[in-house]
Unconditional design. Structure first.
Length: 317
């Protein structure tokens, strides 16, 4: 087991450290996004928000809400597609919406190193190395301490060994979580595991063709709590047969724009639910405190790599 731990650490030292550093940076994004989001104090449901936003923004095409609570409206003005952040309490425009170019850059760096499928493969292999290091590290630490009951007992050994073990005790659970979820997401990216997005496809229903009702009177929308909203796509302007498409955490609803009834509901399938859970556990998206815990564990990786290499070198000497 020690040999496996050493080999995985030596061969994966550079890429593991790289993934940890970029992961540490990305762990700050949910906290920044949560701070930038506006709290709900007015509109209580998706219908009220959509009606308020539509009155503010003629040409409104869709509304999205991120996991952190940032609400963005996409609309067309003078033939130009635009995006603005809106206040979920009133539907009023806060200002132009511009995703962080810095976090977008680091995200692509973390996921693929800008190398396409090859980079995705490298990221997946890095997650596998971290998973191997976490698993073998737990076994070695338990063996060294004399069993699970003594796992948090006083450490012995050289100064370098104590530092390495102390960091491991603090970070191993979070590192195991991020690594195993990272391996799963890499498997999804290459099609080894489904994410459920290609299942349950059905033809889109049509509205009745009657005159559209006021948005804040559509029952299916007013019955949807604002916190559940992920995306609301508006019917095409002038097309009375088109529908509202409402996406929530539980699935997708197609809503008649005249009666407000749900014409069709497609719940998330098993694999979609699994992927959503794995994604949340890997990124902490929308759960800022989890993201910061994962980031703190990632911050320990460079020191663990350095002390691990030093221990290997001392043992080799």
């Amino acid at each position: 087991m020690r040999r496996l731990h050493s080999i995985a650490g030596l061969f994966g030292a550079v890429i593991v450290t790289f993934m940890a550093v970029t992961g540490l940076i990305l762990s700050l994004q949910p906290a920044f996004e949560t701070m930038a989001a506006r709290a709900w104090t007015g509109a209580a449901n998706a219908g009220e928000l959509a009606a308020a936003a539509a009155s503010e923004l003629p040409g409104l095409e869709r509304i999205t809400q991120s996991a952190s609570g940032t609400v963005v409206a996409y609309y067309v003005q003078d033939g130009v597609h635009q995006a603005v952040q809106i206040d979920p309490s009133s539907g009023a425009v806060i200002g132009p919406y511009q995703p962080s170019s810095f976090f977008a850059f680091v995200t692509e760096l973390h996921r693929s190193i800008f190398l396409g499928d090859m980079g995705h493969a490298v990221a997946g292999i890095a997650s596998l190395f971290i998973a191997l290091l976490a698993a073998s590290g737990v076994v070695l630490l338990v063996h060294r301490m004399g069993g699970w009951r003594l796992l948090f007992a006083r450490l012995k050994g050289t100064g370098m060994q104590r530092v390495h073990a102390r960091l491991a005790r603090l970070a191993l659970v979070a590192l195991a979580l991020t690594s195993f979820t990272g391996v799963f997401m890499s498997a999804v990216n290459f099609g080894f595991v489904p994410d459920g997005s290609g299942f349950d496809f059905a033809a889109l229903p049509q509205s009745s063709g009657a005159a559209a009702a006021p948005i804040d009177q559509l029952t299916a929308l007013t019955a949807t709590p604002l916190r559940s909203l992920r995306e609301l796509v508006f019917p095409a302007v002038g097309d009375l047969n088109d529908v509202f498409t409402l996406t929530t955490a539980s699935g997708v609803s197609y809503i008649d724009q005249a009666s407000g009834t749900i014409l069709q509901f497609t719940p998330n399938n098993f694999w979609q639910q699994i992927y959503q859970t794995i994604y949340l556990l890997h990124t902490g998206d929308g759960v800022w405190w989890l993201a910061l815990i994962l980031g703190a564990a990632a911050a320990a990786v460079p020191a663990m790599v350095a002390t691990g290499v030093a221990i290997w070198w001392q043992r080799r000497g």
